[in-house]
Write a protein that binds this ligand. Structure first.
Ligand code: SAH
Ligand code: DHB
Ligand code: MG
Length: 225
C-alpha cells in the first residue's frame, strides 16, 4: 500500500462526505499564496476535531499552533456562536501566520469567537493562566513538537475533569517508536507520552493514521479527575 492509495482514499472521503466548502478552500488558497507550509490537518481530521468538540459540548477551546487558521475554522465552527463565554484562543509564534489566519477567520465569520495570539506559546500559556481564561474543554496541541511535554503540563493546568487534549503528529512515519532517536521532535513527543504515563488524572490512547498527511498519528488524552 503506497501513499498514492492513501491520498486517493482521503480524496474519496472528502468528496463523498462533502468535507470541504468554499470557505475552507479560500483559506487554503490564501495560506498557499502567502507561502505558508502546507501542513494543516487533513479535511477528515478537521472534521474529527470538530466532532470531538461538539461531542464534548465544548464552549472553550485552546489551540497551540494556528498556522493559517485551517484547524481553527473547523474547531471555531464547533462552538455555539453568539453565546456569552464561548471562546477559542489559538496561539501562533509567527506574526505572518497570524495575519493570514486572522484574514481566513474573518472570511469564515469567526473573528468574534476565535482569538489569535501572537508569541511563543509558552509565554502565551503563562499569560492565559494568569488571566484565568480557562478551564478549556478541548486543547489541540499542534506546534513545535520539542515543547510537547511543556504543552501537556500547561494543558493539565488549563483543563478540568472531562476535558480532552488532542496532540497531532505523534507518529511521524513510525519514528516515535525509536527510543534512541536524537530528533528533538521525536524526543519531545516521547517525553509527552512519558508524562501522560505518569499522570494518574488522565486516560489516553494514540492512533496511527495514513492519508494526505502521510503516515502519522494523533494522541487523545482525556482528563478524568
Ligand atoms: N493547527 C494548524 C497547523 C499548525 S502548524 C492546522 O492544522 O491548520 C504549526 C504552527 O505552530 C506553525 O504555524 C508554527 O509557526 C507554530 N509554532 C511553532 N512553534 C511555536 C511556538 N513556540 N509557539 C507558538 N506557535 C508555534
Ligand atoms: C509538520 C507539522 C505539522 O503540524 C504537521 O501536521 C505536519 C508536518 C512539519 O513540521 O513538518
Ligand atoms: Mg500537525
Amino acid at each position: 500500500m503506497d501513499r498514492a492509495t492513501w491520498e486517493a482514499v482521503d480524496q474519496y472521503f472528502d468528496s463523498v462526505l462533502s468535507l470541504s466548502d468554499p470557505i475552507f478552500e479560500s483559506a487554503l488558497a490564501a495560506s498557499r499564496a502567502a507561502g505558508l507550509p502546507e501542513i494543516q490537518v487533513a479535511p477528515n481530521q478537521g472534521r474529527l476535531l470538530q466532532m470531538l468538540a461538539r461531542m464534548l459540548g465544548a464552549r472553550r477551546i485552546l489551540e497551540i499552533g494556528t498556522l493559517g487558521g485551517y484547524s481553527a475554522i473547523w474547531l471555531g465552527r464547533a462552538l455555539p456562536q453568539g453565546d456569552a463565554g464561548v471562546k477559542m484562543i489559538s496561539l501562533e509564534y509567527h506574526p505572518k501566520h497570524a495575519t493570514v489566519a486572522r484574514a481566513n477567520l474573518e472570511r469564515a465569520g469567526l473573528t468574534k469567537v476565535v482569538e489569535v495570539r501572537v508569541g511563543p506559546a509558552l509565554e502565551s500559556l503563562a499569560a492565559i493562566a494568569k488571566e484565568g481564561a480557562g478551564p478549556f474543554d478541548l486543547v489541540f496541541i499542534d506546534a513545535d513538537k520539542e515543547n510537547n511535554p511543556n504543552y501537556f503540563d500547561w494543558s493539565m493546568k488549563l483543563t478540568r475533569p472531562g476535558s480532552l487534549i488532542v496532540v497531532d503528529n505523534v507518529v511521524r512515519r513510525g519514528a516515535v517508536a525509536d527510543a534512541a532517536s536524537n530528533d528533538p521532535e521525536i524526543r519531545g513527543t516521547r517525553a509527552l507520552f512519558n508524562r501522560v504515563a505518569a499522570e494518574p488524572r488522565v486516560s489516553a490512547t494514540a492512533i496511527q493514521t495514513v492519508g494526505v498527511k502521510g503516515y502519522d498519528g494523533l494522541a487523545l488524552i482525556r482528563v478524568v479527575s
